[in-house]
Design a protein around this ligand. Sequence first.
Ligand code: NAP
Length: 313
Amino acid sequence: MTSEYDVIIVGGGPAGLAAGLYTARMDLKAVLLDRGPLGGQLLNTELVEDYPGFESILGADLAVKMGDHSRKFGLEVRDFEPVKEVDLGADGTTKVVRLESGEELTSRALIMAAGGLPRYLEVPGEKEFWGRGVSYCAVCDGAFFKGQELAVIGGGDAAVEEGDFLTRYASKVYIVHRRDQFRAQPILLDRAHDNPKIEFITDAAVKSIAGDGKVRALNYERHGRPVELPVGGVFIFIGFVPNSKLLKMHVDHDEAGYLNTDRNMQTSVPGIWAVGDVRAQLTKQIATAVGDGTTAAVAASAYVTSLKDAARR
Ligand code: NAP
């Protein structure tokens, strides 16, 4: 069975939910698909303090608010509905979305808001201890490490912010970074420096994660010397790999796989827009994701209207 829509939105983080709110409000027949619960990266964030209008809100609460808000305008939301692939139909313009369930959806316009997945460190022990001391989500797993010493890998916003968050549970958090310069914002670094439970280890190249049934140590090399750091857990925040491979047709992207767009979020394929963390851009913030989604929804609406007008003529 195939269901037809004006717009299909792939991904239910802030970018997709903003696109959903606007498309539904503009009376388009729109559906939003997400492989899990709504919220995207919001669900991996404890406190959001940089989304205008909300001085401090739990990521999970903001996710619920955004979901409820877009549903209020009539958006069809299908969470826990993994997308297998996005393709073009035989006419070369219809967007075809195949779900893991075997169902197929088609639309005139498609807004790609599928975000990405954590980048893996790819060192021995990472896969072996995944779920047994290796984690990519402090909000999800932090509470399992009460009173333990932990290592956080990375030097960006996520590593520094999540490292700070983990000190609620851990007795000590080592932030282990491969350089001595950090990408993280100064405000986050200052907060971490002020936290007596955090120690920074810089110029450290992680070599392996070791343990028996669970993680016992992080092995790294610093200035040519091997070091074994005893820890009960290793949290890895070394960036993001965009979920652009769901697109089966060629769509222009940068060397890291982020989709290139014009200022209207239009990709190189007519009728496909890219928004939020899957899009090549300067920063990945909730506010920019919401802006992307809004722009794409307005552009997609104009596109769908012009196709409908042409079909009527
Ligand atoms: P990121 O900014 O890309 O930083 C990744 C960090 O991991 C960098 O320090 C990088 O080191 C390091 N790294 C990358 N590959 C590595 C490897 N193989 N081995 C060891 N280290 C490696 O990623 P992010 O921190 O996940 O943030 C992603 C985006 O989300 C950013 O745009 C960020 O601003 C945004 N974000 C914002 C907030 C906030 O505003 N509160 C919170 C979280 C995330 P090098 O520096 O040496 O390259």
